[in-house]
Design a protein around this ligand. Sequence first.
Ligand code: BGC
Length: 526
Amino acid sequence: MPAAGGFDKGTGKVYPGNLTPFVTVTCIVAAMGGLIFGYDIGISGGVTSMAPFLKKFFHSVYDKQQANKSTNQYCQYDSETLTLFTSSLYLAALLSSLVASTVTRKFGRKLSMLFGGVLFLAGGLINGFAKAVWMLILGRILLGFGIGFANQSVPLYLSEMAPYKFRGALNIGFQLSITVGILIANVLNYFFAKIKGGWGWRLSLGGAIVPALIITVGSLVLPDTPNSMIERGEHNEAKRKLKRVRGVDDVDEEFDDLVAASEASRLVEHPWRNLLKRKYRPHLTVAILIPFFQQLTGINVIMFYAPVLFNTIGFGSDASLMSAVITGIVNVGATIVSIRYVDKVGRRFLFLEGGIQMLICQIAVAAFIGAKFGVDGNPGDLPKWYAIVVVLFICIYVAGFAWSWGPLGWLVPSEIFPLEIRSAAQSINVSVNMFFTFVVAQIFLTMLCHFKFGLFLFFAFFVIVMSIFIYFFMPETKGIPIEEMGQVWKTHWYWSRFVGPDDFVSAGNLEMGRGKGNATLPVKDV
Ligand code: BGC
C-alpha cells in the first residue's frame, strides 16, 4: 500500500531529471505491486460464491446453500474455515511487513521485491492447483507474506526512483492500482465462473501469477535505488546510478541531500521510544486511529464479500458477480475523483463528506435488508427493484469511501510523521491496518449471521465516531509543507496541550534543510 510515500509538499527545490526508461519500468513494476494486492482483496469473495468451489472445499456451506431457500439466509456462509481462507492473508501480511522492513533496509529494496514476487508466485500456483483446504490456506498465507514484502519495498522503491516532482502523484497512483486490481479480480471472477466444468476458480486464483511474474522479473532486472546503496555505504556506485536513473549528469545537489538524509535517519536511534514522547501524541493517535477507522468503515465487507453478500440477499450467482464488477468500477472511478480534488478541497472536507455519504447508505442498506429479511432471514420472493436499490446504495457507499477514507487513510498519516518517528509510526499504521483488515475478514460472516441487518448499523456507528474524530481532532493538512506540519498541532485547540512552542523546531529544520519529502527517507529500525 502507499505506505512509504506521501504527498511531497516540496521545499521549493527542484532536482534535474527526466522520465527515463528506468523510471518508466519502475512505475510498471510499482503498479504491479498495487495490482496484486488489489487482486487478492477482490478475488476471494468471488470464488467463495462459486458453487463448484464451495462443493469441493467447503461442503457444509455448499449444503446450506443448496438447502431449502426458505431457511435463514443470514447464516448460509457462516464458516470459520471459509473466512480463514480470506483472512489468513492479512495476518501473514502483517507479520511479514515487520520482517520486510529490516530486509529492505539491510539488503536493499530489490531483494524484498524479489522475495515478494517469488512468494506471490508460489502462493498463486498452490492456490491454482489446490486439492484441499490446507493448500488454499497455505497459498493465501504465502500471498500474504508476498504482500508484506511487496507493500513495504515497492512504494519505497518507487518514491526513490521517481523524479521529485512525480512522487506525490505516484503515491496516490499506488492506491489507484489497488482499486484496479480489485476490479480486474471482479471481472475475471465474472467470466471464469461461466467456464463449463466448474474449474474457473482455478484460473481466478492462479491468475495472481501474472503480476507476480512481472514483479519477480522486474526485481531481477531493475537496478537498486541510489538511496539504498548510500544506506549501505556504496557512495560511488550510488552516484553513478543516480546519473543513469535521472538521465542527466548534474545530480550533485540531489546526491548530497540523499547522503544527508541517510545520515539523519541513522541518527534516529530509538524510533519506537521517540514515538512515546509527549509531543508525538497526535502522531501516535493518528497512526493508530486512522487505519483502525479506515477498516471500521466496513469497506472490506464489500471488497471481500460483495458477491457473497449479494448472494445472501437473494441474487443469483451471475448477478452477484456482476454487482461486484459494478462496485469495483465505482471504486476505481471515485479514487480518480479523489486524486483530482484532494489538494483542492482538502482532506477534512473529503473525510467528512465521505463519512456522511457512507452513513446514509449504511442506514439505508440496513433498512432495506431488514424490511425484507426481518430477523429470521427469510425473505420470500424479492422484487427486482429491490435488488437494484440495494446495489445502488452500496455503490454510493463505495464511492464515499473511495474518495475519502480509501486514499486518505494512507495519505494523511504518511504526510504528518516527522523524520524522527517516521519508520516506527508508518509501521504501526500498516500493522494496525492489516490487523483490522484481518479481523473484519475473519468475523464478518459470523457477525452477519448473528447481527443480521443490524451489522450495517454496527459499521454506521463507527462512521459516526470517526467523523466526530475528524471534525474535532484532525487538522487540515492540505498544502502544508512537511517541515511546517508542527505548526498545525501547536495551534490546534486540543493537540496544543501536548505540543509546546519549542517542539518540532529542529526536526523541522532538518527536513527543510534536506529538501526531502517524506517519501525518500530510508525506513529504519522497524
Ligand atoms: C484499504 C483496503 C481496501 C481498499 C479498497 C484501501 O485503502 O486499505 O483495505 O480494500 O482501499 O479500495
